[in-house]
Design a protein around this ligand. Structure first.
Ligand SMILES: [Mg+2]
Length: 409
């Protein structure tokens, strides 16, 4: 319903539609979950899981009766597109009938409804991916409807530029090449560079303590004393907590900024032990869902630094709850961000909106879903992301790029 005349005392809780007309009610009209597929261009496709982690993503486009629209992301991955298909089905069959005609500005109320309604089979995993895409799209719409960046809707804008760390993969066949790949970003004034997993799954980091230490030593030598190094063990290897404690000790002398995902994601007891056995900062959290998982990690002191992912944890509003919980417990956090431009924009708004936001991950292995999806390209100056003063997430999705990478099973 469009309201042509609004009492001035009520203007503060009104939105203006595209024609500049004040509106009291906005309704969700259309929800379109779209599967995109694009491979990292630098990946060794012969051996990398085809369409692996960064391959299949679901982006959600939500349109309203007042002309506002929003975009969200479900960072599904999945080797054969199966998770993306399941998320698309969940949204189309289960979410659309539940939330069509709702007001997108009730995004938290909608989040709680979807969480409760799907609790029999949901609460984690693919259902939370699906909720993430919807939630971020609704927050995007809500912020656009008020004409403010999402960071302001989330409570305030604390900063207009965000230090970045470059996110890269180890090439265990090329120690000095890997180090040099990261050094480029240190020279460009990035906060640091993270190396993870391995370009080739059968030759991962983490498989040989001597080779691992040689790699970290080479990176430190190349960076010099100042550049921050983050080490992401990842899931190609399976360390025990004993082994992780020994490796943390080996890496201590290279002054690494954090050690990430050193243990399997379900080994909370191991994380607890590791975190309390080393001075190295233990980072963890890209595989955790909703505030409930993070509350457990914080309560048990199973990490020093948390890495929630807005496209997985339950969306931008759920991530805001997670980072608030981290802040009141004096635990640091840095968004996990390795999928599309939508998640980069969501992470940017969250870091901008938080008093203790200090750093953001920015994927540097090239993938068109990061570099091409937004018409407005991310502005990076001296290693810092410039937060645009635009409404919503602050990006404009290029429909041609969506069509180019749209995947039909
Ligand atoms: Mg990681």
């Amino acid at each position: 319903m469009i309201l042509f005349a609004v009492e001035s005392s009520r203007l503060h809780d009104c939105s203006l539609n595209n024609s500049g007309v004040a509106v009291i009610f906005v309704k969700i009209k259309k929800i379109d979950p779209i599967i995109l597929h694009a491979q990292d261009t630098g990946s060794h496709e012969s051996e990398l899981n085809v369409g692996g982690y960064a391959g299949f993503q679901v982006v959600v486009h939500v349109e309203t009766d007042e002309g506002f629209d929003g975009w969200g992301e479900c960072c599904t991955g999945g080797e054969y597109g199966e998770s993306a298909l399941a998320v698309k089905t969940l949204i189309e069959r289960g979410f659309v009938p539940r939330i069509k005609d709702e007001d997108p500005r009730d995004y938290r109320k909608i989040w709680e409804k979807l969480y409760t309604d799907t609790s029999w089979f949901g609460r984690r995993g693919l259902t939370t991916f699906a909720q993430s895409g919807i939630d971020t799209a609704l927050v995007d719409i809500a912020a656009k409807s008020y004409g403010v960046p999402a960071s302001r809707l989330l409570g305030g804008r604390y900063r207009s530029e965000i230090p970045l760390y470059a996110s890269l993969l180890f090439d265990m066949d090329d120690v000095w090449g890997t180090a040099e790949k990261g050094a480029r970003y240190i020279r460009e004034d990035y906060f640091g560079a993270k190396f993870g997993w391995g370009m080739i799954p059968s030759k991962p980091f983490g498989a040989n303590p001597e080779a691992d230490e040689k790699m970290i030593a080479a990176i430190r030598e190349t960076f010099g004393p100042q550049g921050n190094i983050m080490v992401d063990v990842g899931r190609y290897v399976n360390w025990s907590s004993d082994h992780a404690i020994r490796m943390a000790k080996r890496f201590e002398k290279y002054g690494i900024f954090w050690l990430e995902e050193a243990l399997p994601q379900d080994d909370l007891r191991g994380y607890e032990r590791l975190t309390n056995s080393t001075d190295v900062t233990i980072a963890f959290g890209e595989g955790l869902y909703t505030i409930y998982d993070f509350a457990e990690v914080i309560t048990r002191h199973a990490a020093d630094l948390l890495q929630p992912d807005a496209s997985k944890v339950g969306g931008i509003s759920e991530m805001k709850r997670v980072i608030e919980l981290a802040r009141i417990n004096n635990v640091r956090w840095v968004p996990h961000n390795w999928s599309t431009a939508i998640n980069s924009a969501a992470s940017m708004q969250l870091v901008a909106s938080a008093p203790d936001g200090f750093l953001m991950e920015f994927k540097q292995e090239s993938n068109p879903l990061v570099s091409e999806l937004s018409k407005e390209k991310f502005r990076i100056e001296k290693g810092k992301l410039i937060v645009p003063d635009l409404p919503g997430l602050g990006i404009e999705i290029d429909q041609n790029v969506v069509d180019k990478y749209r995947w039909q099973p």
